[in-house]
Design a protein around this ligand. Structure first.
Ligand code: ISE
Length: 311
């Protein structure tokens, strides 16, 4: 069966995903799109549905890709659950931790997973190879992970909180995915301020078994988009790196292709793949602890019990 995808939000990521789905993902078509800006929606070149909730309900749409502004995610994700439609939501799952909790509760009540969250680094060949090396035991037990996450420049609406909630959320998810462990505490350091916002920041995550992860997140690094990490184990080192590019679309093009392919294959198989709503919730909860830690020392992360659906 061909998966007929509806895309909500045709800005930078939605438009990029539309091209990837159309040109590079077997078994998928972009059936319709919706955007607050009708001309931006029309530029994708497929049917435009003005009301995003009508797109979710549309009987010609099998699965929904949500790439609209962060504040709208919760409403659309909940509507997909109510309609029984699989959905891939760009991170964050919801703008606030409470919204993520409502989504997790709604999916747990439904009793089946329909949601995936767009943490694309889980599909990046370099990060996947690093995880294989670690899981194969070649490095011994992990001790430290050093991460670098630099953007050329942040949009003018970016805030200090967003450096953590929007950007560092990738390092939070990478840490949990790579080690399969939760983050127990967060500390955030800030050097001498060179900009109006807290940028760069240096985050330190402590995982439950005691691996230390440091992450430099610098959203106005100017020279390029540069994302990489190095893992230090008891018996060796391994790293994941990639080219320095203009932005994340080039650096992670292959990761996006693999993510969308796996999502579509999962829809065909009746399975939700990739990061779950629970992963989206935890990323937001840890990011919120990071925001609290900015200038306030070490903050412990308290998580509720994981619902059975996600075990
Ligand atoms: C953006 O939303 C992304 O997801 C990028 O991967 C990240 O590098 C950037 O900092 C975020 O703002």
């Amino acid at each position: 069966m061909t998966v007929r995808v509806g895309i909500i939000g045709t800005g930078v990521m939605g438009a990029d995903h539309a091209i990837t789905l159309r040109d590079l993902v077997p078994g998928a078509t972009v059936e319709a799109v919706s955007d607050v800006d009708p001309s931006r929606a029309a530029s994708v070149g497929v049917r435009v549905v003005t009301d995003p909730l009508a797109l979710i309900e549309d009987s010609d749409i099998d699965a929904v890709l949500i790439a609209s502004s962060d504040a709208t995610h919760e409403q659309f994700v909940l509507a997909c659950l109510a309609a029984g439609k699989p959905a891939l939501c760009e991170k964050p799952l919801a703008a606030e931790v409470a919204g993520c909790q409502r989504i997790v509760a709604a999916e747990a009540d439904l009793g089946r997973r329909l949601l995936s969250v767009g943490f694309m680094r889980r599909y990046d060949p370099g990060y996947v190879a690093l995880k294989h090396t670690l899981d194969a035991g070649d490095l011994g037990a992990p001790l430290l992970l050093h991460c670098v996450h630099r953007n050329v420049s942040a949009p003018d609406w970016f805030t200090s909180d967003m450096v953590i909630t929007n950007s560092a959320s990738h390092e939070i998810d990478t840490t949990r995915w790579l080690f399969g462990d939760e983050i127990a505490a967060v500390t955030v350091h800030e050097p001498r301020r060179s900009a109006a916002l807290a940028d760069p920041v240096l985050l330190v995550f402590e995982t439950v078994p005691g691996v230390l992860v440091d992450a430099e997140v610098f959203v106005n690094a100017r020279y390029g988009y540069d994302v990489r990490c190095e893992l230090v184990g008891e018996r060796g080192l391994a790293s994941a790196s990639g080219p320095v590019t203009a932005d994340w679309r080039d650096r992670f093009a292959e990761a996006y292709r693999l993510e969308l392919t796996d999502w579509v294959d999962g829809v065909q198989a009746g399975e939700a793949r990739g990061a779950s709503a629970w992963d989206g919730y935890v990323a937001s909860a840890v990011a919120r602890a990071g925001v609290a830690a900015l200038g306030a020392g070490r903050i412990a992360v308290e998580l509720p019990a994981k619902p059975a659906l996600y075990k």
